[in-house]
Design a protein around this ligand. Structure first.
Ligand SMILES: O=C(O)C(=O)C[C@]1(C(=O)O)C=C[C@@H](O)C=C1
Length: 346
């Protein structure tokens, strides 16, 4: 399928790379950011004429204007979809501007430039079909599946309701933490902070317009924020009361039932950890494939003994520093490298 990307910001560019990796031809047009010559359309009419599917990858606030300028160049055989993080408004806009004539659907890829660069998997996409165009939703679903994505169908409202209490609230909390200095260079941080530190990083790296769109364009976000603030002040209040009365009953952690025996508990943790290791190996394989493709373009072979020698040396040193058996860790990485090479050879 020939794809046209309208808007070549960070997401448009990352989507272009994903399309390219999956073997799709794409062109892009953006009056603001530099599109590389090899995939740049001359102008909007040319982009529209050259594409079977058009992706609206502009900030939500710019969607109406972008769609209005695209509309005169569209044909009924094409399909148009947006990739915005909220869906009620954008889906209504697509319906209003493209109507019965131009097939369209709303989508929200639950990944971005940062998670793509980190080769995080699975890639998930929420698809909000227009009742006017069921076949368009099927075409776009097939396109995302060809990129290795899992596709989940939802109504725009159901999508926005879930996003209000997850995406919008996460960004809201992260903004608050950044405002109180939790994102600053700190001399040390406890493990309980590590997961949220990653979130602070992505919030900091995300384009500024995303925060405003998540909060202001999602019809359920303000209610979710109020609910969170109420819940937090109730907790704050009960902490203050407990400090005054010396009591702690209402703050006690709920009883999790009978304690598991030590062995069971250790095994449960080991299982959880191994699951994370497998997910990490999947990401590592993906990155190996990416390195392989880059080397193929340079005419280099899969096996790079020099790079592997320096990798093994570094991993031995990391093992030493962690108090592990360096030889054992080296063997693990030899197996990882063998698997990576064989994945590239597939
Ligand atoms: O860095 C590369 O060139 C890769 O292809 C990745 C990788 C790896 O998995 O780390 C795999 C094979 C090479 O021999 C060296 C390293």
């Amino acid at each position: 399928m020939r794809i046209g990307i309208l808007g070549y910001g960070r997401f448009g560019r990352a989507l272009g790379e994903l399309l390219h990796e999956a073997g799709h031809a794409y062109r892009a047009w953006d009056p603001m950011s530099g599109v590389p010559a090899e995939c740049r359309a001359t102008d909007l009419p040319e982009l529209a004429a050259a594409s079977e599917a058009l992706v609206l990858a502009v900030p939500i606030a710019a969607q109406a204007a972008a769609l209005a300028s695209l509309r005169p160049h569209l044909q009924p055989g094409q399909v148009v979809f947006d990739v915005g993080s909220v869906k009620a408004g954008p889906c209504a806009l697509l319906d209003a501007q493209l109507g019965e004539e131009i097939p369209h659907t709303g989508t929200h890829p639950l990944f971005g430039p940062v998670s793509l660069a980190r080769a995080e998997r699975p890639l998930r996409v929420v698809l909000c079909p227009s009742v006017k165009h069921p076949a368009a939703a099927d075409r776009v679903e097939r396109l995302f599946r060809s990129l290795g994505c899992e596709v989940l169908r939802q109504s725009p409202e159901d999508h926005d309701r879930v996003m209000a209490t997850t995406h919008a609230l996460t960004f809201f909390v992260a903004k608050g933490l950044l405002a109180v200095g939790a994102g600053a260079e700190l001399p040390f941080t406890p493990p309980s902070f590590h997961a949220i530190a990653r979130t602070l990083e992505s919030v900091r790296e995300d384009a500024g317009h995303l925060f405003a769109a998540l909060q202001n364009e999602n019809p359920f976000a303000a209610g979710a924020r109020e609910g969170l603030l109420e819940a937090l002040s109730a907790i704050h209040q009960s902490l203050a009361e407990a400090a005054e009365t010396g009591g702690g009953e209402q703050l006690s952690i709920p009883d999790l039932g009978t304690r598991s025996p030590v062995l069971q508990e250790a095994r449960d943790h080991i299982d959880a950890l191994d699951r994370e290791l497998v997910a990490l190996l999947a990401r590592r394989t993906e990155l190996g494939l990416r390195a392989g493709r880059a080397k193929a373009e340079l005419g280099l072979p899969v096996h790079d003994p020099e790079r592997e020698a320096s990798q093994l040396q570094a991993r031995r040193a990391w093992a030493d520093a962690a108090g592990l058996d360096a030889q054992g860790v080296e063997e693990v990485f030899r197996a990882v490298l063998r698997a990576s090479r064989s994945a590239q050879g597939r």
